[in-house]
Ligand binder design. Structure first.
Ligand code: FRU
Length: 477
């Protein structure tokens, strides 16, 4: 099959009208129809934020990747634009894989991975991944400029270029697999077209994965953050529970020098569904990340509805005093707030109380008084499918989803100091929840699939009492 932007647009128009919208996001970005995975090319250009994404317009399954495209003035209201690139060329005939965008004077440049098999696609030996360039003046129509970095000898998995400007040069990092070792390779250029190899920026030690996907590299505070999505890290206790991880290594780096790590790999989000995050800078200098709010090989019940996958809220990163990356909803998210509904509850004593009905686009704010709460379990539930609660015996904050009809049951959790106050912001959308803990300390994001009539919110405290200093919800636009 040959692909083109015009065919993709035709297909999307027809498919969009046939969507079942029961789980379609009310305030997150998803494709008009079909499949979406990684966010790509996040950038501010010519007065707009642009978000591109891995997209298969022809079905709700992953397939030959196109770059879907949307733009926004405020990171929360998105306008869909035509597909930006399709796998049309010999260099990307089997897919336009993930990549990034930079502004080069008056030009928007997309740098992405051309994915292609030379021969039988069932044999990985035939796989070649190359880095390609496409440019645009209007930010909507792109001209393909072909390959700018070819596959290194002996390597097959070599993808997801992230480009940035530093000093007088452009830099690019690319995720790679060398045997069983995940790597990030570094390149340098004066013009985005001719690239020199600068060696391996960092690579996995035992247990750190066989492939590092979607690398990103940026300054936060006085540190460098190497953010990436490793494949092949084994689960250990409460860590690395998802099929693949996404997280970061902190360190120090200057152009021309080695990256020197300071600390271990840390997961960025502790929920079931967060992968391939990419960062960008706002015009006022904030470092924002958006991730894919799904996980490879996890059921996506919305596939029956004509679409699959969504992106996370934009989140601002900062570095804490003890050198941890903190993540908070970008302040623009507050512009979605409509009415505030305070909940007249201060103490729950071995009981549950209904606090809202039909929570579909809501930000819940809760302040639990840890030191005054004795209950073994206390928290918030949405229908019969989602609970977000303190487990005092485990000393953890737990996100539990229970959708056995869709094969999606289980918990994710983070450690807690029980006698401290616990501040939660919980963003509920039609089929997602993003939980921000203690103003940047942790985040848990998961997909949820409430049936009709399963969207009532309750507070509960079992085996003891729990006290709130504040609780309520914002209705979101
Ligand atoms: C990460 C990823 C990337 C690749 C893209 C393909 O989720 O596997 O490494 O470029 O998705 O769609």
């Amino acid at each position: 099959m040959t692909y083109s932007i015009a065919d993709a647009e035709q297909e999307l128009k027809v498919k969009h009208d046939a969507l079942n919208l029961r789980w379609y996001p009310r305030y997150h970005l998803a494709a008009r129809a079909g499949w979406i995975n990684d966010p790509n090319g996040l950038v501010w250009f010519d007065g707009w934020y642009h978000a591109f994404y891995q997209h298969h317009p022809y079905s709700t399954q992953w397939g030959p990747m196109h770059w879907g495209h949307a733009r926004s003035q405020d990171l929360v209201h998105w306008e869909h634009l035509p597909v930006a690139i399709a796998p049309e060329g010999p260099e990307d005939k089997d897919g336009c894989f993930s990549g990034s965008a930079v502004v080069d004077g008056d030009t928007l440049a997309l740098i992405y991975t051309g994915h292609k098999f030379h021969g039988d696609a069932d044999n990985e030996e035939n796989l070649y991944q190359v880095q390609c360039l496409a440019t645009s003046r209007d930010g909507i129509h792109f001209e393909r400029q072909g390959i700018v970095v070819d596959t290194p000898p002996g390597v097959h998995h070599f993808r997801d270029p992230k480009v940035w400007r530093e000093g007088e040069s452009w830099y690019m990092i690319v995720g790679a697999r060398a045997g069983e070792t995940g790597q990030v390779r570094l390149y340098r250029s004066a013009d985005l077209r001719q690239w020199q190899e600068e060696g391996v920026l960092d690579e996995a030690e035992a247990g750190m994965g066989f492939m590092w996907e979607c690398p990103d590299f940026f300054t936060l505070g006085d540190k460098r953050v190497l953010m990436f999505s490793p494949q092949g890290m084994a689960a250990h206790g409460f860590k690395n529970r998802n099929l693949f991880q996404s997280g970061y290594l902190l360190g120090d780096w200057q152009p021309g020098q080695q990256f020197v790590r300071a600390g271990e790999f840390i997961e960025l989000d502790h929920g079931h569904d967060f992968y391939a995050p990419q960062s960008f800078l706002t015009p006022d200098g904030r470092r924002i990340v958006i991730g894919w709010l799904d996980m490879w090989e996890s059921p996506l019940p919305e596939q029956q509805d004509g679409w699959a996958g969504m992106l996370s809220l934009p989140r601002e990163l900062s570095l804490s005093a003890d050198n941890r990356v903190e993540m908070r909803p970008a302040k623009e998210v507050e512009s979605l707030r409509q009415g505030w509904y305070p909940w007249p509850v201060s103490t729950l004593n071995n009981q549950q109380i209904g606090v809202a009905e039909n929570a579909e686009a809501m930000e819940v704010v809760l302040n639990w008084k840890g030191a005054e709460s004795t209950a073994e379990q206390y928290g918030l539930s949405l229908g019969d499918g989602l609970r977000i609660y303190v487990d005092a015996q485990m000393q953890r904050l737990v996100l539990e989803r229970h959708y056995p009809q869709h094969g999606l049951c289980g918990t994710r959790s983070v450690p807690l100091t029980l006698d401290h106050d616990l501040h939660l912001r919980v963003f509920i959308d039609s089929s997602s929840v993003e939980l921000f803990v203690n103003d940047g300390e942790a985040c848990l994001s998961s997909r949820i699939y409430p049936d009709a009539g399963q969207r009532d919110l309750r507070l509960f405290a079992w085996s003891g009492s729990a006290s709130l200093s504040d609780g309520g919800a914002w209705q979101l636009e």
